[in-house]
Design a protein around this ligand. Structure first.
Ligand SMILES: Cc1ncc(COP(=O)(O)O)c(C=O)c1O
Length: 474
């Protein structure tokens, strides 16, 4: 057994001490690549502590790729993926955007010709002129308030127009008092972790959004991965676990793109009601549904205050604004008063500008325009993939959002497909990092975003992909 020194003389919780020491041992080679680690039970006996911190530390190490758990075999150390994964491997953008990467940031060696980045948005239609005017007007109108920090929950007037927009667009029923404006999902989940402290385990989608998983783990929760199928998170498996809260992306599951139908939404709410649990609904690209009837948000179906709704300006407007919003049920919103010192509002100037942008109708016009443009791009990428790959590719996760999932009929691995594309300087994503367990079953799945590329770039990219994969696919 390798050395672990636990101290009571530090503020660091036990799970964090364990996590850091095991991680550093793996990084430095004291724990060799492939070495079997002690089970939770034997480490518990060895260290004479409870199971929970060990399980949490193992969850964190697994989430970060330092260990893998092999069924009926044990837990094994793996070389950190910073050193063994290809530089162009999946998920880097999400990872960076969450500001979680440390100084060991991997340099980009490949100069991408076409990047199918799922986080990419169309920068050409950003309303520069109108936005400049909104900022200008905000500075004029609010000059007397410039010396104040502002409401830490977000400007009240912005929260009021947001409440109205959310009711019209997504059926979300709320008052401005329930809204917290923030600087992105990491902040929202970090705050929620404090509001939900003591709730126990939190279920997440597998595969799912890594940023949220890491925030929950950092917030001290034990996270339970629940598989996702074509109707969203598996309700059977959710019911059979101990979690009292679940994080879901029901309108366009990230990354698979599945949409949770109405009946499953009702059942998910039934689950939350029966446990007095919470559903964290991340509606990150809910504005973009191209075909079919809009499905109401979970929050709009909830009459017992079980849903926490999170939305963002990153997809429909720009990620550069760094602004999002969270709608809390009354019970949780009532606890915000105790948390004042933990709240952190984004730039007041941007909030005033956004308030005016929505109030004056620019936001609705902008969304309509974006939806039209993305609908065309979405159709284009599907047509191109069908024309070039026919039955060799199965496209799923379409009809909504800004990326699609493609299942490739091949005996090759995801990594080989991604590497072959990279040789043509085309970046596609395999999203291995979006899984807690790194092993995915079945044919390889890759992810292609279309929001940030022009129709010509989409065409060039898919042509190059065809070239890259010639001879590799069935
Ligand atoms: C699943 C998911 N949720 C939320 C977001 C938005 O996060 P933020 O508001 O921090 O930009 C993204 C952005 O890519 C996402 O993929």
């Amino acid at each position: 057994m390798f050395d672990i020194l636990l101290s009571n003389q530090t503020d660091q919780p036990l799970y964090m001490q364990l996590y850091t020491q095991i991680r550093d041992h793996i990084r430095s080679g004291i724990i060799a690549n492939g070495m079997r680690l002690p089970s939770v039970r034997s480490l518990q006996l060895h260290l004479n502590i409870s199971k929970t911190p060990i399980e949490t530390a193992y969850q964190m190490l697994s989430a970060e790729g330092y260990i893998v758990s092999k069924p009926r075999s044990g837990i094994y150390a793996v070389k950190p993926y910073e050193t063994n994964r290809p530089l162009y491997s999946s998920g880097d953008s999400e990872y960076r955007s969450a500001n979680l990467r440390s100084s060991a940031r991997v340099p980009e060696e490949t100069e991408w010709f076409i990047d199918f980045n799922p986080s990419g948005v169309d920068s050409g239609i950003f309303p520069v002129r109108v936005w400049k005017k909104m900022i200008h007007d905000a500075l004029d109108r609010h000059s007397s308030e410039m010396r104040d920090y502002g409401d830490k929950q977000g400007e009240y007037a912005l929260r009021a127009v947001l409440a109205e927009y959310l009711r019209n667009a997504r059926g979300v029923v709320c008052s401005p008092e329930q809204i917290v404006v923030g600087a992105g999902i990491s902040y929202s989940i970090g705050l929620l972790a404090k509001l939900l402290a003591g709730i126990g385990e939190v279920a997440i989608e597998e595969p799912g959004f890594r940023t949220v998983r890491e925030q929950l783990i950092a917030g001290g929760f034990r996270v339970i991965p629940i598989p996702v199928h074509d109707k969203g998170i598996s309700l059977d498996q959710l019911r059979s676990c101990e979690a009292n809260a679940v994080y879901v992306t029901p309108s366009h599951q990230f990354p698979t793109g599945s949409v949770m139908p109405y009946a499953e939404r009702e059942m998910l709410l039934g689950w939350a009601n029966s446990r007095n649990g919470y559903i964290i609904e991340d509606d990150y690209d809910g504005e973009f549904r191209y075909y079919g009837k809009p499905i109401p948000s979970l929050q709009s179906l909830d009459d017992r205050g079980r849903v926490i709704y999170i939305g963002t300006f990153s997809k429909a407007f720009t990620p550069a604004l760094r602004m999002n919003y969270m709608v809390l049920p009354h019970e949780l919103a009532g606890r915000l008063g105790e948390m004042q010192r933990l709240l952190l509002n984004p730039s007041r100037i941007d909030q005033w500008a956004m308030q005016a942008f929505i109030e004056q109708g620019h936001w609705y016009r902008h969304i309509r325009k974006m939806r039209g443009i993305y609908r065309k791009k979405h159709q284009k990428i599907i047509e191109l993939l069908q024309a070039h790959f026919a039955d060799s590719i199965e496209i799923t996760g379409q009809s909504a959002g800004l990326h699609i999932q493609a299942t490739v009929r091949t005996e090759r691995t995801c990594e080989e497909l991604v590497n072959a594309a990279a040789a043509e300087r085309v970046r596609i994503y395999d999203f291995r990092e979006m899984r807690m367990s790194p092993i995915s079953e079945g044919k390889p799945k890759v992810y292609l975003g279309f929001g940030g590329l022009s129709e010509n770039e989409l065409e060039t990219g898919i042509n190059l992909l065809k070239k890259a994969w010639s001879g590799m696919i069935d």
